[in-house]
Design a protein around this ligand. Sequence first.
Ligand code: BTN
Length: 251
Amino acid sequence: METLFVGKNIIYLPVVESTNSYAIDLLKNVNPLEGTVVHAAHQTQGKGQRGSVWNSEPSSNLTVSIILKPSFLALKNQFYLYMIAALACYDTTAELLSTGQFDIKIKWPNDILVNRKKVAGILIENKLSNSSISHSVLGIGINLNQLIFPDAKAGSIKNFAKREINIEQVLKRLCYHTEHYYLLLKKSKLEELKSLYLTHLLGLGKTLNFVYRDSSVPFKVLGIGDTGLLLLQDSGGLIKEMDVKEVTWQL
Ligand code: BTN
């Protein structure tokens, strides 16, 4: 592993309910080292965003949780953990595909899309104490070798690259990129992280349709606010800060 701490300690599990839940239990019961990775071949109850389930064909994809202890991070900057996870997934994905050939984007807040199909999802679970984050579990699922998806909006690297992907190698690269961005965060390079995130953000500067208050509404994507909310401008020029419950992308 070409890292200082992320992925130095890997717990491999053939089957588990959810690597995130397993990592959270570890944090409750033992004191795992920062950078510990929980990697499963098969999750029976993988968790997705907003209470959804993350289904992943056994042994085909990467399903991992990375334990971090960002006690240096102020609560108001929580969203930067999403940014570093999204950037790490973005770089890992881009290395597997020739970027010129594919349109790889971060769909706010943190899905990775290739040609508008979701290839990776991130679920972060934080433990807060006072005004900081005592630990954080970055749960990452990257679709690698699965070819058929029940959801037409999902896809895998193999769907695009047309070759078998080595899961362990992808895990190594993901650890490498996660550590790189985490160290930038630790050095308070907030502006740098935000501008990198914006470089890859789907729709930046464009007007796209969103589902807003039960109808389809065009908004211009202006960027991300200080706390990670999406900045959208309506047709009247009014700028709104939206959270994930208020708007959904209509792709
Ligand atoms: C999403 O809904 O987009 C987030 C999906 C996150 C899935 C990953 S797979 C590894 C980790 N363990 C879980 O239970 N969920 C995350």
